[in-house]
Design a protein around this ligand. Structure first.
Ligand SMILES: Nc1nc(=O)c2c([nH]1)NC[C@@H]1CN(c3ccc(C(=O)N[C@@H](CCC(=O)O)C(=O)O)cc3)C=[N+]21
Length: 285
């Protein structure tokens, strides 16, 4: 069997059209949602991601503002900017690109972002609401994955989802989102013993570790759905955490890297920005 490749780029475009319609409606009410992105330092991967986010905003007609700070910026300096953005009526969403330099506390900076403008859904208040299944922001990458799974029409209720990785940005929240969809969720991570014995049980395998080719065909059940969240640069080429060529012959569905989860992440960020704007300005999108 050769897996159906889930085209994240195409799906992101399709969802993008819907967001565009909402934006046009907002425009007629004189509203242009605004997103502020803060980038500290010069990490080349972060530069690429931020550029992609900005381009997406431009394409959609979302006002975007990039705030660049040098690696040497102090935590207070960053916090001052966050406070300013919290109060800025033109800004509906604030995203602080991670990772931050080690001398800055990520936790402190994220807590400083107004929960109403937290389009990443990283603030503890929004994380809590998400876990409780309350309405509000959903984290971008996990939400993008959920949308992909819904698009292929899989029933999530009762399915065994195995998540490899427990980061605050992908692993932990994606498991919680799928738990809310009545999936049975197993978390694996760097300390898991006999990883393969778990991954082979997965109906849906989500890999978000950051290690090229960690998962091979031997780790996957025949007919599984495999979602690859990895972004690894190997010999100047972007590859995921899943060995694409071999897993493709065993899985029923597989997401590519690039062109899978990445583009969906950006589209969900735009959706959150529009959501923030409609909430803040008490209008219907
Ligand atoms: N506060 C914060 N929010 C984030 O959402 C966030 C972050 N920090 N730090 C880093 C990760 C990573 N991330 C990606 C987004 C898009 C692509 C993406 O568009 N990828 C393209 C390829 C990009 C390329 O060519 O390098 C693709 O997969 O097709 C990748 C990775 C968001 N993150």
């Amino acid at each position: 069997m050769s897996a159906t490749i889930i085209d994240g780029k195409q799906l992101a475009q399709k969802k993008g059209e819907m967001i565009k319609t909402a934006l046009e409606r907002l425009k007629t009410q004189g509203i242009t949602p605004g997103l502020a992105v803060m980038l500290v330092g010069e990490d080349p991967a972060s530069e690429t991601y931020v550029r992609n986010k900005q381009r997406a905003c431009e394409r959609m007609g979302i006002h975007s503002r990039l705030i660049r700070l040098p690696t040497t910026a102090t935590e207070q300096h960053l916090l001052d900017h966050v406070v300013q953005l919290n109060e800025d009526p033109h800004i509906d969403g604030i995203l602080v690109q991670l990772p931050l330099p080690v001398h800055i506390s990520t936790e402190t900076v994220i807590r400083a972002i107004s929960p109403e403008k937290d389009v990443d859904c990283f603030h503890p208040l929004n994380v809590g609401k998400m876990i409780l299944g309350e309405t509000g922001f959903l984290p971008c990458t996990p939400h993008g994955i959920l949308v992909m799974l819904k698009e292929i029409g899989v029933t999530l209720s009762g399915k065994h989802v195995v998540v490899v990785g427990r980061s605050h940005i992908v692993g932990k929240p994606v498991g919680q989102l799928l738990l809310n969809e009545d999936a049975t969720v197993t978390y694996c991570h760097s300390r898991t013993e006999n990883l393969s014995s778990f991954t082979k049980q997965a109906d849906i395998l989500i890999v978000a570790v950051g290690r090229a080719n960690l998962i091979t065909e031997a780790d996957v059940k025949e007919g599984a759905i495999v979602i690859d969240v990895g972004m690894n640069r190997v010999n100047n080429k972007l590859v995921g955490d899943v060995e694409f060529a071999s897993v493709r012959d065993k899985a029923a569905f597989l997401t590519p890297v690039p062109g899978g989860v990445g583009p969906m992440t950006i589209t969900m960020l735009l959706e959150n920005t529009v959501y923030a704007a409609t909430k803040a300005r008490a209008v219907m999108a």
